[in-house]
Each structure stands twice: as structure tokens, then as C-alpha cells.
Design a protein around this ligand. Sequence first.
Ligand code: SF4
Length: 302
Amino acid sequence: MCVRELVINWHVTEVCNYGCRYCYAKWEDGDSTQELIHDGSAIKALVEEVGRFFKPGNSDNPLWPSMHWELLRLNLAGGEPLLYAEKSLGVILHARRLGLETSIISNGSRLTPALMQALAPHLAILGLSLDSSQEKTNLGIGRVDRQLRTLSMPELVDMIALGRQINPRLRLKINTVVNTLNWQEDMGKLIGRLAPEKWKILRMLPKITDDLALSDAQFDTFVQRHADLDHGVRVEDNADMTESYLMIDPYGRFFQNIPGEKGYRYSDSILDVGAARAFSQVNVSTRKFCSRYAGELGELQA
Ligand code: SF4
């Protein structure tokens, strides 16, 4: 067994209220007319098919012989999945009914006490994408909505405390994408206040654009500055991020990064051809998968 838990990342929507300049959440829509999240029966069918195919013990799954996971977790990502909070909650509840663990990764902007009350009891992990504690830097990156609102850090701290109060087993994970605007920042104080169980430091991946791409030395400087923090720091460079995630796009297709190229490789629609056939159309490196997953909570950034 190389992983205890297998994580399927479903990017339920491309839509986001922020406009990060490096954002990877851009998919070709093929012939699809709409994202599956708007179709209640398609949502259920996808969760059921994915749940069946990746169920622990399914020897028809090509990953099973080498990975032997015990738990399956569906992680909702985006875009911003909480722009469709009711629908995302519906996905989570359906996945829970089928016995899957669930998590979500959000930019945090749409979290309210009422939504936290509804979500937290069903989540194993709440993921937050946070690149800076500084308003100016967030504005520069594009982590700002049309009304020019950025995330309020004091409100976020309170919101996380509420989530932990509602569900003491809830684990917090923070993803930070290091880029040319935040590599000089010391995020130690904010990370200390939020006290995540895992802080994933990702290098800006020039997948869609080279904008904000940084040098090896800049990335290393950011990593070294935070090396002593005791919050499950995990560093992920670009090479680690290729062919090592299980990802589904908003149209219900598996997709993968293509080594050394921009854009993604897509399978056919899972609902059209079934998960087994669709999965055979993308490459997943079991070796990279196992090394990245060893001892971590593995899912993507919003
Ligand atoms: S918050 Fe996430 S999905 Fe939204 S623009 Fe930024 S990177 Fe993209």
C-alpha cells in the first residue's frame, strides 16, 4: 500500500469571483454546453460512477494492484466551488451517503457562518487557497472580486475557529502558490494564527501563462524563510505536479497536465464512456503519485 487515502479532485466549475493572474482553472469545453454542476442528475451519476470505479478493493481499477488505498475522498475544487454553495453541498452529501470522505478547496471569500454550519460536519478537510496576508499583494495577484474586495484575514481566522468548533475533527489545509509578487513575504504569522494541519507551498506552475513565474532561487528563498514552521509544511515544485493528480474537469472528463507543455490532455466524458474507459485515456504516474501522497493530504489548489 502506498497511500491510505485516494483523492479524486473534481473541479466542479471554472467560474471564480477572483482573477488570479496565474490561475490554472481553464478548460477547453469541447462540445459540452454546460458544466455538470448545473445538472442534478448528472452530478449524482458522476459521483456514483467515480465512487464505484475507485472504491477500495476494485481490482478492475489499474491503480489498485500497486496502491491499495483504504479510503476514497472526493475533493471539490474550482474555480470557486462555493459560488455554487447549495450544489456543492449536494455533491458532498451524496458522496457521504455513498461512503466517501469529502473535502473542498476554496478561496474562502464566500464562507459565512451559516455555510460553515452546513458544510463543516461533512468535511474531512477544508482547504483554503491563500497567497498573501497583504491586501496590496492580493490585489496585484488578482485575488480580488469585482467590488475590489479581498479576503479579510481577521474574519477568516474567526471562520476557521467556528468550523473547528462545529467539527473538531475538521482538518485545515492551506495552499499557497509562490509567485513573483509574494516570494519575499513572511507568511509565518498568518499561518501561525490559522494553525493548519497542512500548509502546502506550491510553485507557480506555468501551465496556462508565464505571468508571475519565478526563478528557482526566489522559490527556494520563500521555502527557506518558512522552513522552521511547525504546520505540516509540504513543498511542491513543478515536476511533482505532472501526472500525479487524479483530476476531473467541470465537464466530467479526466484531465492531466502534459509534461513540458501548456494546456491539458482530456479523456472522453466519464458519463458517456464509463470511468474505466475514460481513465485509460489519461496517464497517471503511480510512482509520482505514491511519492507525493506519502504522508500528506493530497489535493489541488482552488
Ligand atoms: S482563487 Fe483559485 S480559481 Fe479563483 S482565480 Fe484564483 S487560482 Fe483561479
